[in-house]
Design a protein around this ligand. Structure first.
Ligand code: ZN
Length: 462
């Protein structure tokens, strides 16, 4: 194994997310093992001889919060990596389950760096620094430095190798382009940037949906719906935890906005002046309670430069967690009906952009997303194939329908990317339509089914 290989494998690790940022567990266990290799200590150790020390090292980086302190998770989570050796790994249970610690206690296996990784770190002094930096690369900047310090690794994250932070007005074609510069995920509404020394929350507002955020007329303020597209929202969700951190600390966040057919721009700084709750429909059209953050634009990230009234509101840490006792009257005129939603989504899906064919724009992605959403709404949670013999109403663990939306007539053959040419199928029927012996017959049946279901949904008064 070369140090480049090791860095590659470190980059491929999937770190669990906790409290809004990448978890420190795997980096800590890897650094602990790397330092042992550099010091010439034995490569493999038994679980019972190190579990207490490892847990202590982890809890020290969790600011004393012992709830997530077990070393069982990282020791097992690393088992698939070429960097790691775990005795009897093929018998090990899932790393995140409650069985992880029990299995380690029962079997007391040996584990440590893989032999080639150990050999690299034991023989190449420079490799340890590069390994350590790569191991903490996905952590927030300050956390990464703390973890390195905890293991006596003094190499600084090279500040000049970090990209300069974004400046107000800077624009990018999309989230991937932003992540290419500062790292981090490119989905979800809120994110911190791993390649930034300071922890700053970025709030992304995309007019392409799923929920365009509301501008409060006349005030410049923004009502930003928290994270979670289905069911009641939770403050513990990753993005909401970042909002809560920003709010509780009285920090500024970057507000990035993308209009329907434009780039993502860092428009201005915002601070969170309040939080309230309200009833909204989720993407399955079910009423649920959401958190709404009240954002005030500010000219700089420094609180001492904010208008006095904004600073006072931030300081008051105002939250209003009361909610109306019941969802709004669903029969009221202003409440959208299922039919309204379907018609609305269909209109969005079929809107013409006037662009030449073959040019895929943000608008077209939004249209396509609206079309899929419409078909899922139309299917009401069950496979649309009338002859379905599978499990037409099966659901995912989170309760949403296990349905796949497919085009009846392929796009490549000129089928339109619109609900009338789309159908929601269970995985079984989807496979039969795509690869089954009777796919031609099924396809022509489904063509009629999709057209009828579409017509009925457009007429739906409910
Ligand atoms: Zn089916």
């Amino acid at each position: 194994m070369t140090v480049e290989d090791a860095v590659h494998y470190l980059a491929r690790l999937r770190l669990r997310r906790a409290g809004g940022s990448a978890s420190v567990h795997q980096p800590i266990v890897l650094l602990w093992a790397a330092v042992r290799a550099a010091a010439g200590e034995p490569r493999l150790v038994r679980w019972d001889s190190v579990r207490t020390d490892l847990s202590k090292a982890i809890v020290a980086q969790l600011d004393g919060d012992s709830r997530e302190a077990s070393a069982a998770y990282p020791v097992l989570a690393l088992k698939a990596s070429p960097l790691w050796d775990l005795e009897a790994a093929h018998q090990a249970p899932p790393a995140h389950g409650s069985g992880a610690a029990r299995w380690l206690n029962d079997h007391n296996p040996q584990f440590g760096l893989s032999a080639s990784t150990y050999a690299l770190l034991a023989t190449d002094a420079d490799a340890l620094d590069r390994f350590a930096l790569a191991a903490v690369d996905k952590l927030d900047g300050t956390r990464a430095q703390q973890v390195l310090n905890a293991f006596g690794i003094t190499v600084a994250r090279p500040a000049d190798s970090l990209p300069p932070p974004p400046v107000v007005g800077q624009a990018f074609p999309g989230r991937r382009a932003i992540a290419a510069v500062w790292g981090g995920n490119f989905q979800g509404g809120m994110a911190t940037f791993p390649r930034e020394a300071e922890r700053v929350v970025n709030i992304f507002s995309d007019d392409n949906g799923p929920y365009p955020d509301r501008r409060v007329p006349g005030s410049g303020r923004i009502e930003y719906v928290g994270q979670g597209q289905e069911g009641p929202q939770k403050l513990s969700a990753q993005g909401n935890a970042l909002m809560e951190w920003t709010r509780a600390e009285g920090k500024a966040a970057r507000y990035w906005h993308r209009p329907v057919d434009g780039p993502f721009t860092f428009e201005h700084w915002v601070t969170i002046v309040g939080r309230h709750r309200e009833w909204q429909r989720d993407r399955n059209n079910q009423w649920r309670i959401v958190y709404v953050y009240d954002l005030a634009p500010v000219g700089s990230p420094h609180p001492e430069e904010w208008p006095i009234d904004v600073a006072a509101e931030v300081a008051s840490r105002s939250i209003d967690d009361t909610v109306p006792a019941a969802p709004p009257d669903t029969t009221a005129l202003d409440a959208p009906t299922r039919g309204d939603l379907y018609r609305n989504l269909t209109a969005r899906a079929t809107a013409r952009s006037g662009r030449p064919a073959g040019v895929r724009t943000a608008t077209e992605y939004a249209r396509s997303a609206a079309a899929r959403e419409a078909v899922i709404l139309r299917a009401s949670g069950s496979c649309e194939n009338p002859a379905c013999t599978g499990m037409p109403c099966d659901v995912r663990p989170d309760g949403t329908a296990l349905l796949e939306v497919d085009h009846v007539e392929d796009l490549a053959r000129g089928g339109p990317d619109e609900p009338v040419n789309m159908i929601a199928l269970c995985p079984n029927c989807h496979a039969a339509k795509t690869r089954g012996a009777n796919r031609a017959a099924l396809r022509s049946r489904l063509r009629v089914v999709a057209r009828r279901a579409h017509a009925a949904a457009l007429e739906d008064a409910q």
